[in-house]
Design a protein around this ligand. Sequence first.
Ligand code: SAM
Length: 261
Amino acid sequence: MAARADRHALYEQAVQGPEAEVGFIDRVYKKSYGRVPTLLREDFCGTSIAACEWVRRRRGNRAIGVDLDSQVLEWAEGHNIASLTADQRSRITLLNEDVLQVRPEPVQVITAMNFSYMTFKERSVLRSYFRQVREGLQPEGLFICDCYGGTEAQDTIEEDRACDGFTYIWEQADFNPVTNETLCHIHFTFPDGSKMKRAFTYDWRLWSIAEIREIAHEAGFSQSTVYWEGTDSDTDEGNGVFRPTTKGEVCAGWVSYIVFE
Ligand SMILES: C[S@@+](CC[C@H](N)C(=O)[O-])C[C@H]1O[C@@H](n2cnc3c(N)ncnc32)[C@H](O)[C@@H]1O
C-alpha cells in the first residue's frame, strides 16, 4: 500500500483543514476591516489547497500561491487546480519563487501556515521575510501565521493518529536546546504493515510566540493578536475554536495563530 500511496494526498488528509482556515481568515479580516477580503497570498503554499479553497469560496476571490519547490507546484496543478472550474482556475496564480524575494501585486491577506517560516533559523532572515510580507500587503492588510509549542515541543517524541486508511506519525527526531533547532519527520503506515518513512522532513528553529511577535514588530507590523485554541471538555483536546488572548495555558502541545496588522 505504501508503494502505491501519494505522499501529498496523505499529507493533505492528515494535517490540512482548508475550510476552517479560510473561515478563520474571513473572520479575523472582517473583525479588523469590517468586510471580507478577496485577494489572498498563500506563502509556502505546497499543494495550494488553501488557495484553491479560497477561489472556490466566493466568485470574486483571487489567490496567489508561492512555493520554492517546482515539483509540489506541479502536483498542485495536476490535482487541486485541475479539480477547479475554469472560472476558479482563472483566479489563481502559482509562483515558483522564494518567499524572501517574491514581489507580486499587494494583497489583503498573506498566510504562512504549518509553521513553514520556521525554516528561517536566523533572526535577521526571519525579519527579512516579515518585512517582505509587510511590503506585500495593501494598507488594509493582515498577515496570519500559525505556531506551535508546549512542554513536549522540546522533546524527542513520536505520536501517531489514525486517519482514513493509514496512520499519520509525527516524529520530533532531534531538538537542540542551545539553538532551538528541531528536526521533525512525517511518516505514514498502512494496514498491510507497509510504511512510508520520512515522507516529509522539516529542519526548523522552534520560534516562540514572543520572539515571532517581536521580530514582526521590528519588521514594521504595528499590532498583533494571538488566537489560542479552546479545550474540549470531554476529550481535554483542542476544540478547533481560536479566540484572542494575552495568556495561554501550560500544556504538552498547543497550536495557535498570530494575526499581524
Ligand atoms: C511545511 S510545508 C507547508 C505546506 C502548506 N503551506 C501547509 O500548510 O501544509 C512547507 C513548504 O514551504 C516550501 N518552502 C520552503 N522554503 C521556502 C521558501 N524560501 N520560499 C518558498 N517556499 C518555500 C516548501 O517547498 C514546502 O512546500
